[in-house]
Design a protein around this ligand. Structure first.
Ligand SMILES: Nc1ncnc2c1ncn2[C@@H]1O[C@H](COP(=O)(O)OP(=O)(O)OP(=O)(O)O)[C@@H](O)[C@H]1O
Length: 264
């Protein structure tokens, strides 16, 4: 693997050690004979957006499910906010999951509930003793943050795909996660809406001070949102670095991924 990380330096030349929120080393995961992850190494620093690229079926979703504690690795280290998810008990795992926002590909909204109810549900389920005015205030704050306060009384079927995606992100943000995991945030959206979602991902990082992993095939999204890009190939990260660093190569698999996926 070729890693192209830079050390961060202050003006006086002193090197700052970045604080990792996710540290993965030699991670393996198989399903029967299918060896999906074959020694994955990845570090995400506080406040960093890391984009994970890779062809369909390479194990990107499996990786973020392990990070979110939804799947357990066979071997290797996966430290999230300093804790090894696979060794936590149920209560500890629930507490850790509260700090991780998972934005699913299909937005995961309840069709029969209004936007307000969709946002209220995780809030009252996870945080005890909130007053009605605190609930309203938090719903309105997060809807304003994703630019959709006007949809508060609508149901998901009345929203566009891009709006549903934003509400899905709001539903995750309402619990103020430290880490955001985005699974294909721009899949199925038109190019203009994709640009808006890219902007939102960057705004979320600024407003909520989150650290994120963004899984995508969309190279425009990768370039717009990724402080660092990690390219998953054959169960390992082949290259990591800025967008330009990762794609400045004649390596045939990386070149063909770029040629087939880059649109703008
Ligand atoms: N729970 C599971 N049981 C068995 N096989 C699984 C399970 N979850 C994932 N897989 C397999 O692991 C491989 C990687 O799946 P994964 O969903 O991580 O791919 P991906 O890189 O996210 O692909 P895509 O970009 O198409 O979403 C696939 O072959 C998939 O069928």
């Amino acid at each position: 693997m070729e890693t192209l990380n830079r050390a961060e330096e202050t003006l006086s030349g002193e090197t700052l050690s970045a604080e990792p929120v996710i540290e993965i080393q030699d991670l393996h995961k198989s399903f029967g004979d299918l060896h999906v992850l074959r020694g994955v190494d990845l570090k995400v620093d506080k406040g960093e957006n890391v984009v994970v690229l890779g062809r369909s079926g390479t194990g990107k979703s499996v990786l973020i499910k392990i990070i979110a504690g939804l799947l357990r690795q066979d071997r290797g280290k996966c430290h999230v906010l300093g804790q090894e998810a696979s060794s936590l008990n149920d209560k500890q795992l629930r507490d850790l999951r509260m700090k991780i926002g998972f934005s699913f590909q299909n937005s995961a909204l309840y069709d029969s509930m209004t936007v307000r109810e969709n946002l209220e549900f995780p809030l009252v389920r996870n945080i005890a003793n909130l007053s009605r005015s605190e609930v309203n205030e938090q719903i309105e704050y997060v809807l304003d943050a994703v630019g959709l306060l006007q949809t508060i009384n609508q149901v998901p079927s009345e929203l566009s795909g891009g709006q549903r995606k934003r509400i899905g992100i709001a539903r995750t943000l309402i619990l103020k996660p430290e880490i955001m995991l985005y699974d294909e945030p721009t899949a199925g959206l038109d190019p203009i809406t994709c640009l808006e979602i890219n902007e939102l991902i960057n705004e979320v990082k600024e407003k909520y001070h989150t650290s994120s992993i963004i899984i995508t095939h969309d190279l425009t999204c990768a370039r717009a949102t990724g402080d660092r890009i990690a390219m998953l190939l054959d169960g390992q990260f082949l290259r990591q670095g800025t967008f330009e660093e990762v794609f400045e190569t004649q390596e045939p698999q990386v070149k063909s991924f770029y040629d087939y996926n880059f649109i703008q």
